[in-house]
Design a protein around this ligand. Sequence first.
Ligand code: PBG
Length: 324
Amino acid sequence: MFPTDRPRRLRATPGLRRLVAETDVRPRHLVLPVFVAEGLDAPRPISSMPGVVQHTRDSLRKAAAEAAAAGLGGIMLFGVPARHDAVGSGGTDPEGVLNVALRDVRAEVGDALPVMADTCLDEFTDHGHCGVLDDEGRVDNDATLPIYGQMAVAQADAGAHVVAPSGMMDGQVGVIRSALDEAGHRDTAILAYSAKYASAFYGPFREAVDSQLQGDRRTYQQDPANAREAGREAALDLDEGADMVMVKPAMAYLDVLRRVADSSDVPVAAYQVSGEYAMISAAVERGWLDRERTIVETLTGIRRAGADIVLTYWATEATAWLDR
Ligand code: PBG
């Protein structure tokens, strides 16, 4: 009798499929990235990310409360300042938009929801780069590091449970760890963007943060051609004290995610970035993809590839479609 092997037996009913599912996505696995802008009267829609807004202080508090009620794993804050300068002063200023918002969100959610902060200068600089520039206009790695240290301390002072350096400067995790420790923030965790690629999929994010960037970030973010290098970046970050590591973007880098997950003994995050959100949203708008199924499938695939944690702009909404 042929066939002797019948894998279809275990797919026959929803109950059997649930019984043998290897991967699941729960609300606790998801982290919601949010934008908060200085001096807004009302939330401002981001046209390339339908459904995502630049928050006011008030609307952000509400979004944070909803994220906590939905049982999310965390919330990641990005600031959009009213003014930019060469060294990104708004990032280190305790009254800067991001630090003010961190205090608001901590007051709202306490310890019920881990509060995370993007530790990077690009939102705050007038040239839009993730670090300060030298006389020749190149991003100056070592001059940037102490500013990251100050920024992380300001974020921890404001109540961040986790700081997330995303600027891809060499040595950033080590400098941030020492700065936090010296300031008495030994328990503030570091989620390191270890493998962050110079990706076209960040396009809509540039609108989301009113980015000032001319040119690109290829002298500090990784070349999409390289996977081995991601292992090296993650190993360096772990050596320097990272508590968690991240791969970004997610969908075009699932092999990198698997590689980093296999070689790291800390929790691994993946970031489903703005362009992934925009791409699926556009196809859904045209009636070409089923929204809920497509989103859940991508989140499942990212988890299956090795992510313990997934950052996604759909986080709060998606909890309605997941098993609790
Ligand atoms: C840098 C940063 C970026 C994103 C997160 N952190 C932009 C960049 O590197 O150009 C992109 C996130 C997204 O596209 O959703 N602070």
